[in-house]
Design a protein around this ligand. Structure first.
Ligand SMILES: NC(=O)c1ccc[n+]([C@@H]2O[C@H](COP(=O)([O-])OP(=O)(O)OC[C@H]3O[C@@H](n4cnc5c(N)ncnc54)[C@H](OP(=O)(O)O)[C@@H]3O)[C@@H](O)[C@H]2O)c1
Length: 396
């Protein structure tokens, strides 16, 4: 069978022929993997930098939807165990171990479920593990409601008893596509009228954005005559620090918490997932991109290139040709010759460079600053089979 494995952390993942798992023991199930999620944690594990995956060979993936071909039963399977991986055609899972096995109803969409459980538990755990004593028919405000996690947070909040869910995000057009919202607030409007976020009347605020949006929320927070529980979950703004006026903490009943592995325990997650997963099957499906296993490394490599520098270096880089480009404007990577006519567009974030002159001030006249990025894919290792060329894109 085939699997996506890392044999050497510095080389990155490979699509390989590997031995099929042995016949399952009485305590095991052998499952045919139908879809596995390429979540951030999967990409992080593939670099060898995640605490949960340190042993080689490492099979990519930490969850999947898989079928027991003997009975036809579908399962959602998840584990962060070091030896566990789901980017494979077949896996053996222990019925008694710490691998989570949640039976799924026939008809569940494997791709939608595999893509959604990870973003969905961000809000599910925020509400179940990081809020308390919620009133009947509570109101939820979601900052960043157009993100994948934000869309699923609407469903999670309703499933957990919210009567009203208000979404806030940058784009009105996108907010209108978020299913289940009772109302929405566009960030621009909230900037002009700082009381708008307050006026949502939230008992719970789930924040996927942080940065200026959170700061505006804190700074303008007024006592609504009821407790308000704010839960920090994501940093889509990229700004990881905000001002929090002390008077707000003294003069209002605002509780501030965060939600993520560490603020809740793995045991709590394993208890909640069997409740969440069957519910999630009935929720509106997230837009997902499906990639065949044999192409998954190219897709993953592209995703990993968009991660911070540590992940870029973890990819193997194979080119002997020098090239230069304005990476912030995007580059095309095309694989040649046929039949590998696949093209990827990789857009790098702006690279900020700063030069700190030596304390002694010498040399003081000029500085040379170099910055280079190298791109390559292990499966295209004989160096000349791909080309990288600059592509000028309008900045968004
Ligand atoms: N703590 C946890 O357990 C946990 C779990 C999962 C994810 N997270 C975090 O939650 C956040 C969302 O993750 P995700 O995978 O769901 O995100 P995602 O789907 O990739 O979110 C993308 C959307 O975020 C919005 N966005 C991007 N930049 C923004 C900005 N500067 N200001 C406001 N909105 C912006 C954009 O929506 P518009 O174009 O419509 O504005 C974009 O479509 C991430 O920070 C992630 O790390 C945390």
């Amino acid at each position: 069978m085939h699997a996506a494995q890392v044999l050497n952390w510095s080389e990155g993942p490979r699509y390989l022929s590997v031995d099929a798992p042995p016949a399952p023991t009485a305590d095991e199930l052998q499952l045919r993997v139908l879809a596995a999620g390429a979540h951030n944690v999967v990409r992080s594990r593939a670099t060898g930098k995640h605490y949960s995956a340190k042993t080689l060979p490492h099979t990519l993936g930490m969850d999947c939807v898989a079928r027991d071909e003997a009975t036809g039963q579908l399962y959602y399977v998840s584990s962060l165990a070091d030896s566990f991986g789901t980017f494979a055609e077949y896996i053996n899972v222990s019925k008694k171990g710490r691998t989570l096995l949640v039976p799924l109803p026939e008809g569940a969409d494997p791709v939608a479920v595999a893509g959604s459980v990870n973003p969905a538990f961000s809000s599910w755990m925020a509400i179940t593990a990081r809020t308390n004593d919620l009133p009947q028919d509570w109101t939820c405000l979601i900052l960043g409601a157009t993100s994948a996690s934000g869309r699923l947070a609407v469903q999670a909040a309703k499933a957990l008893g919210a009567k009203k869910v208000v979404g806030a995000a940058r784009s009105e057009a996108t907010l209108k596509t978020v299913e289940g919202l009772d109302d929405y607030i566009v960030f621009d409007a909230a900037e002009k009228d700082p009381q708008l976020l307050n006026a949502a009347g939230a008992d719970v605020v789930l924040d996927y954005v942080y940065g200026d949006v959170a700061e505006r929320f804190f700074t303008n927070f007024r006592n609504p005559g009821k407790p308000v529980q704010y839960v920090q979950i994501g940093v889509l703004s990229g700004k990881d620090g905000v001002a929090l006026p002390s008077g707000i903490l003294r003069s209002t009943d605002l509780t501030i918490r965060g939600a993520g592995g560490g603020s809740w325990g793995m045991g709590q997650l394993m208890k909640e997932l069997p409740v969440l997963v069957p519910k999630l099957v009935g929720w509106p499906a997230l837009p997902t991109t499906k990639v065949e296993l044999k192409d998954s490394l190219i897709a993953l490599s592209a995703l990993m290139l968009l991660q911070p520098a540590a992940a870029i270096h973890a990819n193997s880089v194979e080119t002997r040709d020098s090239w230069s480009c304005d990476a912030s404007r995007g580059i095309d990577i095309s694989f040649t010759p046929a039949p590998e006519h696949r093209q990827l567009l990789v857009r790098f974030p702006t690279i900020a460079l700063s030069v700190v002159p030596p304390a002694h001030g010498n040399p003081g006249g000029y500085s040379n600053v170099g910055c280079s990025a190298a791109v390559g894919f292990l499966d295209f290792a004989n160096q000349r089979r791909f080309a990288i060329r600059q592509r000028h894109l309008a900045r968004r």
